[in-house]
Design a protein around this ligand. Structure first.
Ligand code: HEC
Length: 239
């Protein structure tokens, strides 16, 4: 029976082997960064600087605003600083009418084509381009029952509501001028005075029907269309 190796001697061998494998601690060094790293940094700086310079003003950043605010003169927003003074009356009505049209667009659609079988089109409609007496009445008091637009029949339950109480004469005039002169439509301008005239003459509490409106189909409200380049360019009402 041989004596086992002294346990301490095997432990010592193992510990020394481990110490020999260990690397010395890295001391902080003052050696300069390698040349290739310095050149790489310089190259990146030169390319980046060139890009920056090329995409801005010479020696300064380009701070010009590519989206300038509307000039006050044709700013027609309610809180805007101008009152659209630079626009002639027709252009002003069209601009205001295009935003006012939002109240109609939900049904008659942004493209004026309506929804087949449900909401009749305003684009190309004889109701829109025809007599202003009839068009103002439709918007003022609403419309219900079977109607024909561009040869197509419509009879949407409930019809169209009245807008007279909800909209000022000026707002209604702007929207009606807009629908008469958008999507290829052509019609004279409708003024606030024309809407007021119909309002004072027509006290009606219920929606119109097509038959009721027949006498007004081709009649235009008498009234002056304001002078101005856009107003005179707006063509006379079609039948
Ligand atoms: C809630 C949906 C709705 C809204 C909003 C609406 N309409 Fe109508 N409109 C109708 C319907 C429905 C008819 C057809 C009524 C019928 O069948 O008798 C109609 C008919 C018309 C007509 C006659 C037919 C035609 O297509 O030319 C005109 C003009 C008209 N609307 C203009 C307007 C204007 C202007 C506005 C905005 C001020 C407006 N509508 C807002 C639903 C709407």
């Amino acid at each position: 029976m041989s004596a086992p190796a002294h346990p301490d001697s095997t432990d010592l061998d193992r510990i020394h082997a481990a110490v020999k494998r260990e690397k010395a601690d890295q001391a902080p060094s003052n050696a300069p960064a390698p040349m290739w790293a310095i050149f790489l940094l310089m190259l990146v700086s030169i390319i980046a600087g060139g890009q920056l310079g090329g995409n801005t003003g010479s020696l300064s950043f380009n701070t010009s605003n590519p989206f300038p605010a509307a000039t006050p003169a044709d700013d027609v927003r309610p809180g805007g600083s101008g009152a659209g003074d630079a626009l002639d009356p027709f252009a002003l009505a069209m601009k205001k009418g295009s935003s006012g049209y939002a109240v109609c667009g939900g049904c008659h659609q942004g493209n004026g084509n309506g929804i087949p079988g449900q909401f009749p089109p305003l684009a190309g409609s004889e109701w829109v381009q025809g007599g202003t007496e009839r068009l103002i009445r439709v918007a003022q008091h609403g419309l219900v029952g079977a109607i024909t637009v561009k040869g197509q029949g419509y009879n949407t339950p409930g019809g169209m509501m009245a807008f007279g109480a909800a909209m000022s004469a000026q707002d209604l005039a702007n929207v009606l001028t807009y629908v008469r002169n958008t999507w290829g439509n052509e019609g004279t301008m409708i003024t606030k005075e024309m809407v007021e005239k119909v309002r004072s003459e027509e006290k009606r509490a219920t929606q119109w029907t097509e038959a009721d409106l027949k006498p007004f189909a081709d009649k235009n409200v008498a009234g002056d269309i304001p002078a101005g380049p856009g107003a005179t360019a707006a063509p006379a009402a079609k039948k």
